[in-house]
Design a protein around this ligand. Structure first.
Ligand code: ATP
Length: 210
């Protein structure tokens, strides 16, 4: 059975960095990859675009391909969306299928601030995606928890439902939603940093324009 990989984020807005690394991870793992927009991200200021607007952008971005899909379950839940709860839900639905939580190297370094983070390994593997300009130092807590979990081969990970860590060397792209919001707010047109579908409807990027 193909692993199921999930890639969560605020996607405020979804950009080519997200799509490109998710796509490459799908290829490297030979997995189904679902993008999961978060409703009220527990560790950050509220998104500039509403949940409905972020979903509309994701739908436009994913149009025309079927390797990356959209899962809006976190937006349908009340209150903050904790990854651990989502993973337990997916585990209940998927039986012993390998689950892989995909996270950028920056987010991985911040893992110890996540709700019940140690429990994540009991439900899923983690795939760490290269992200340039991160230079994050892994805390002792994180190093301690992850020592012995790293594997070098995708095949090892595919044999188990959860508990391993793998570095996924995807093409590094220095693109962030923060930078895109800044460009749009300044009246610029970041055409080739965003999926083309986001320019088909002028309303989609309106939340970021001043
Ligand atoms: P912001 O600039 O608003 O913080 P972001 O660009 O980091 O946004 P998020 O939606 O916060 O995007 O990120 C969701 C996930 O995507 C995180 O795991 C993050 O590390 C990862 N990610 C985002 N952009 C990239 C990129 N260019 N390369 C690799 N991973 C990325």
């Amino acid at each position: 059975m193909k692993p199921l990989a999930i890639f969560g984020g605020t996607f405020d807005p979804v950009h080519l960095g997200h799509l490109s690394v998710a796509w490459e991870a799908a290829e490297l793992l030979d997995a189904e990859v679902r993008l999961l927009p978060a409703s009220v991200p527990p560790h950050r200021p509220p998104p500039a675009a509403s949940a409905t607007q972020r979903v509309a952008m994701l739908r436009a971005a994913l149009h025309g391909q079927s390797r990356l899909t959209l899962d809006t379950r976190e937006l349908e839940r009340n209150g903050p969306s904790y990854t651990i709860d989502t993973l337990h839900e997916l585990r209940a639905e998927q039986g012993d299928r390998p689950l892989v939580l995909l996270i950028g190297a920056d987010a991985f370094a911040g893992l110890p601030s996540w709700h019940r983070w140690r429990e994540l390994f009991t439900v899923a593997h983690i795939g760490v995606l290269s992200r340039p300009d991160v230079g994050a130092v892994l805390s002792e807590d994180l190093q301690h928890e992850t020592a012995g979990r790293w594997v070098g081969e995708v095949s090892t990970l595919r044999k188990l439902p959860a508990g391993r860590l793998i570095e996924l060397a995807v093409t590094p792209l220095v693109i962030s939603a923060t930078r895109i919001r800044e460009l749009l707010a300044a009246g610029r047109d970041p055409r080739y940093l965003l999926p083309a579908g986001l320019f088909d409807d002028t309303e989609l990027l309106a939340p970021y324009r001043r």
